[in-house]
Design a protein. Structure first.
Lengths: 294, 161
């Protein structure tokens, strides 16, 4: 294909049809949500013409629904819009904080969680927070829809498990159990507008004796893909998330990490910091529960 | 593929433009509609010189494709002042000498006005975070922040009196 194209389908079926048509013609198609990755890439290192498929007019990608047992978040909703939803904020404060870290006010007017996930960068801020919340990706394709846990979605640096004729509709998050809270922290050398050197998301459930019954820990920017760290969760379950068990969880994150050295940080540094952030995010999630935020 | 027909409303004015699919809203405003108040700094979402409101949300117009603006309401720096003169934010930026080369100023004007419309009484930290996506290589920011604080004060005084 020698020229760019732009289409804005109104339905999931039309989108699948379009993706399928491009695939059979051997032409490149790319989904466009907020464009804060796509357009930057189009203007810098990936100038190849393609058909841009704007999915922002599809109802399924713009809907938030909060049910008794699960929450659905449409893939294309800008983080600025999500952060105005107080109900979501009270259920998943850490996830919303991770979305609130993306770029500036202007970027947040466009950047979506779906785009952050599908861009599949090791440093995507919302991904560890989604993993901590046991989120599943709802993916549409020619044969209907399928669910994939977020920790299995990203397959490498910038790659994911979707085929060229599939796209992401939204994210399904289990409704947090009573006395559950999450938190996400990232480290960047400045206070705004930078890419995570390390990120960590933690979700905890404490019973009335303050004993942890469920935990999930996700880490980012310390391996080719964001990771679920089961051993960190195991270190917390059955404890009161005190210094010793949080330290054990931190060590589990350090052991799970396989970072690289680049201009943002060295291997040794990243490995150290991922433990620190897991510890601190654990303290925030724990204190959110103890201070009665739900 | 051929050119895309885009109908949008800019500063209250209906407009129709034919554009290339990969053109940006910034290109459309500057090159097709000759609204050159909106500036291009980086073209990659980092500097905020291209800030406009699209359907009441701040966006970097360099990171919006022109066809995406179809059916949208866009407000640029040219739409901030009215018949009575400059908006207080613009007036205060002048009074505080909060600009030198001025390339960043249209973006700051649009972004700061949007903040005050949403939150008439922001503290300094809120202002600094809200404007973190607007870079200025001349002023060192302090004068801009003070101008916005002053504009908020003035707006409060005029709405309560
Ligand atoms: C100035 C600036 C600052 C930034 N800061 C941060 C930051 O702090 N942290 C961070 O994590 N990121 C940051 N980013 C990157 C970017 O903003 C985020 O990754 C954002 O969440 C992407 O969302 P989007 O809706 O703009 O995606 P788009 O750019 O539209 O899409 C991103 C990718 O996902 C694909 N895609 C999007 N939606 C779907 C879908 N529904 N189904 C299938 N594929 C899809 C696209 O084809 C593309 O490959 C920044 C970007 C800029 C320009
Ligand atoms: S020109 Fe758009 S952000 Fe710099
Ligand atoms: S006045 Fe020159 S960049 Fe701000």
């Amino acid at each position: 294909m020698s020229r760019f194209g732009y289409v804005a389908p109104k339905s999931v079926a039309d989108t699948i049809h379009l993706l399928h048509d491009c695939e059979t013609r051997g032409e490149r198609a790319q989904i466009l949500a907020g464009g804060t990755d796509v357009i930057v890439q189009m203007r810098t290192f990936d100038r190849e013409p393609r058909t841009l498929v704007d999915v922002k007019y599809i109802e399924e990608l713009n809907r938030v629904s909060i049910e008794d047992n699960e929450t659905y978040i449409g893939a294309a909703i800008p983080s600025g819009v999500l952060n105005e939803n107080q109900k979501l904020k009270s259920l998943y404060p850490g996830l919303l904080e991770s979305a609130d870290l993306i770029g500036s006010t202007q970027i947040q007017g466009r950047a979506s969680i779906g785009g952050n996930l599908c861009n599949s960068s090791p440093a995507g801020d919302t991904i560890p927070a989604l993993i901590a919340n046991a989120a599943k990706c709802l993916i549409a394709g020619t044969h209907g829809t399928r669910n994939v846990p977020v920790e299995d979605f990203v397959t490498g640096v910038g790659t994911n498990c979707m085929t060229r004729t599939e796209f992401l509709l939204g994210l399904i998050l289990p409704r947090p159990r009573p006395r559950t809270q999450d938190a996400y922290l990232r480290f960047i050398p400045r206070t705004e507008m930078d890419i995570a050197v390390v990120g960590a998301g933690v979700s905890l459930t404490l019973d009335h004796d303050r004993v942890c019954t469920h935990a999930r820990v996700g880490i980012g920017a310390v391996a080719p893909t964001p990771l679920l760290v089961t051993k960190a969760a195991e270190a917390l379950i059955g404890t009161q998330c005190d210094e010793t068990s949080l330290q054990a969880a931190a060590d589990a994150c350090r052991a799970a990490a396989s970072p690289i050295t680049d201009k943002r940080g060295t291997v040794v540094y990243r490995r150290k910091v991922v433990g620190v952030l897991c510890y601190r995010a654990g303290v925030i999630a724990r204190d959110r529960i103890l201070n009665g935020q739900n | 593929m051929s050119k895309v027909h885009v109908e949008l409303n800019v500063n209250g004015q209906p407009e129709e433009v034919l554009c290339e699919p990969q053109q940006s809203l910034l290109d459309l405003l500057r090159d097709e509609l000759h609204l050159t108040g909106t500036k291009e700094g980086c073209g990659t979402g980092d500097c905020g010189a291209c800030t406009v409101l699209m359907d009441e949300r701040l966006v970097c117009s360099c990171l919006v494709l022109a066809p995406e603006a179809n059916g949208k309401k866009v407000v640029t720096v040219e739409g901030i002042a009215d018949q009575n003169g400059l908006h207080v934010v613009q007036q205060k930026l002048l009074e505080h000498a909060a600009l030198q080369c001025g390339v960043c100023t249209p973006g700051f004007v649009v972004a700061a006005k949007a903040l005050l419309d949403k939150n008439p009484d922001p503290d300094e930290t809120t202002i600094r975070y809200w404007l973190a996506g607007n870079l200025c290589r001349c002023t060192g920011y302090d004068k801009i922040i003070r101008a916005v604080q002053d504009a908020a004060q003035e707006l409060k005084a005029t709405t309560t009196s």
